[in-house]
Design a binder for this molecule. Structure first.
Ligand SMILES: C[S@@+](CC[C@H](N)C(=O)[O-])C[C@H]1O[C@@H](n2cnc3c(N)ncnc32)[C@H](O)[C@@H]1O
Length: 196
C-alpha cells in the first residue's frame, strides 16, 4: 500500500467514525468509542517499533462495539478480530461499514481489508475462544495484540498474563491522562501524547 493513500484512508475512517462517537464526554455512557484519529497515531508508533506487522499480526478488540477499531486495524494486521457482548451494539457494524465504504469509494481511497471477523459473545468465557478457534483458526495463544477501551481491563489483564503468548502486547485506551495500573504488570511508556 502506498503511504500517502494509507494515511488519507486512515484520516477518512477517523473522520467518519469520530462523527458518530458514543459517550465520549466526561464519564458519561455505558459505552465509549475510541478516538480513531488518536488511535491512528498510536498505530504509526506500533508499526515503527515493529510491534505490528501486516503479514503476521493478529489483533483482538475484547469489547469491539461497532467494530470501528477492527475496521481501522484491518489495514495493518493479518487478522482483525473483535468480540462484543451486546448484539444491538454489534448490529451497528454492517450499516456503518457500508456507509464508510461509500465514503472511501467517493474519495478514491483504500477499502477495508477482508480480514475482519466479529463475534457476538463474552470475552471472559472460555467457550468464546473455542468458538473463535473453530470459526477462523485463531487460538488465544496466537494473538499478538489485545485491546480494550478501559472496559474490564483488569480482568482481561489477568487472562492475558496467564494465557497469552509471552510477547503478546496489551493496549489499553484510558481516559485523558489517567492510566490504569494493573497488578503484576509493568507498563511500557504511554503512547500519549502520540508523536506528530
Ligand atoms: C468502551 S466500549 C469500547 C468499544 C470499542 N472497542 C471502541 O473502542 O470504540 C466497550 C464495549 O465492550 C463491550 N463489553 C463489555 N463487557 C464485555 C464482555 N465481557 N465481552 C465482550 N464485550 C464486552 C460493551 O458492550 C461495549 O460495547
Amino acid at each position: 500500500m502506498d503511504d500517502v493513500h494509507l494515511k488519507q484512508t486512515v484520516a477518512c475512517i477517523a473522520d467518519y467514525y469520530n462523527g458518530c462517537k458514543v459517550g465520549y464526554v466526561g464519564h458519561e455512557g455505558y459505552r465509549k468509542s475510541t478516538d480513531l484519529a488518536k488511535f491512528g497515531k498510536c498505530i504509526d508508533e506500533l508499526v515503527t517499533l515493529g510491534y505490528i506487522e501486516p503479514q503476521h499480526t493478529t489483533f483482538l478488540d475484547l469489547g469491539c462495539a461497532d467494530g470501528r477499531v477492527n475496521v481501522l486495524m484491518s489495514y495493518f494486521v493479518k487478522s482483525s478480530v473483535g468480540i462484543e457482548i451486546d448484539p444491538e451494539i454489534l448490529a451497528e457494524y454492517g450499516q456503518r461499514k457500508k456507509e464508510l465504504i461509500l465514503e472511501l469509494q467517493h474519495e478514491n481511497l483504500l477499502q477495508p481489508l477482508d480480514n475482519i471477523t466479529l463475534f457476538k459473545v463474552n470475552s471472559l468465557e472460555t467457550v468464546t475462544y473455542d468458538l473463535i478457534e473453530s470459526s477462523i483458526g485463531v487460538r488465544f495463544e496466537r494473538i499478538d495484540l489485545f485491546y480494550t477501551y478501559i472496559t474490564l481491563h483488569d480482568l482481561f489483564a489477568a487472562k492475558i498474563a496467564e494465557e497469552a503468548k509471552p510477547k503478546a502486547l496489551y493496549l489499553v485506551y484510558g481516559f485523558s491522562k489517567i492510566l490504569p495500573v494493573t497488578k503484576d504488570w509493568s507498563s511500557s511508556s504511554p503512547m500519549w501524547p502520540p508523536k506528530e
